[in-house]
Design a protein around this ligand. Sequence first.
Ligand code: GDP
Length: 441
Amino acid sequence: TRLVALVGRPNVGKSSLFNRIIRERKSLVHDEPGVTRDRIFGRAEHNGEAFYLCDTGGFEPTSKDNIKIQLVEQAEMAIEEAETVIFVVDGREGLHPVDSDLIRRLRKSEKNFVVCVNKCDLPKDDIFIEEFRKLGVPNVYPVSAEHNRGVSDLLDAATEIFASAPKAKQEDPENPPVKLAIIGRPNVGKSSILNRLVGEARSIVDNRPGTTRDSVDVSLKYHGREIKVIDTAGIRRKSRMVDKLEKFSAFRSVSCLEDCDVAVLVINAEDGATDGDARVAGYAFELRKPILIVVNKWDLVKDKTSKTVKDFTEKLHLDLRYIRYAPIVFVSALENLRVSRLIPMCLDLFDQGSKRNSTSQVNNTLKEILLKHTPPMVKNKSKRIKFLYATQVGALPPRFVIFCSHPKDLHFSYKRFVENEFREAFNYKDIPISIIFRERT
Ligand code: GDP
């Protein structure tokens, strides 16, 4: 996924710009409200190019004394991980010493970047533009995030690079590879696991450059099926910055999530799931991605009883409640314990998600569900919500539409009941599905 990062001092208007771009240019995956409230990432589209926007300032509450350090960290991470950086400055304050320092850094990195001079509500506010241009930056744009001025021009410049990037290799449409992403915090053992998988499959490591950044995919063959582990460069590249700033590892994980068919979330058995893992789990759920939770370094757990496994599982279900559907496997990359289960388990998740059911099957199931549990009443009326019919509209993830009267009156618990019944009836036992209740009378 293409990543555009917003970098800038606190209060220059990064989150206003973020919201402006996401709200008006969003490309929705599901028409349901999201679960992740403190948004740091959002999908957007501009000139037909989809990308992820990241508000790097959202990573931590601002503390006054180390703004400089924070900003340098944001910028370095953005330089390392993003395709384009939008550097946001305050058009009312003019050039701040920290800004010129950061702009110099960005220029030296040769990363594609544009400068957004925000809070220029009207043309008469563009007084500091020249000052920024004097730093030798050609792409300086007066913008008002609040009044939506100049945002399109800014995005034209920021996303221009996408058009020139090489397109992804065409895949065999008959037999597309299953795309896996191995995600998780630094040092949980992602690259050790990858090495085990590669060693086992004795596969070809192909260093074909990816679409945009220096992502590299590794191809594996498993019983004749092609599997692609995406963004291997990201796993293998030991980044000083991202390692130091653990919170930023979510950045890479989220950008990989969308590109994959199945995500492998690696967790260190010694630490359990962290807030960053929970955030990633929230995004995985929003995207309805099948996900396998891998608890690595199981060799370090002394007391390997079934009670330990049970307690660990319960704790994970609590900490990562959005992805309760995800199967869990306890492994040790070091001792090569159960690592060989990963690929078959991922393929199973993929196959579950690829399954399509005929409209008559779906409707028969719906009928049975309605018999089991009478639909709720229409609000303030003495009649019940009427269900007309249902159909599967897609796979990977499985998506269904159920047409009914008064969908707004359907309580969450009834929707969840229907969802659980569907998952059971169609054997989507370890993956999420999406059901949309649409009004039809
Ligand atoms: P990554 O940053 O997630 O790719 O993590 P690495 O694969 O580089 O592993 C981080 C450290 O954990 C290394 O020192 C590994 O040797 C160690 N490690 C990885 N897997 C295991 C495991 O299963 N058990 C133990 N004890 N150590 C492991």
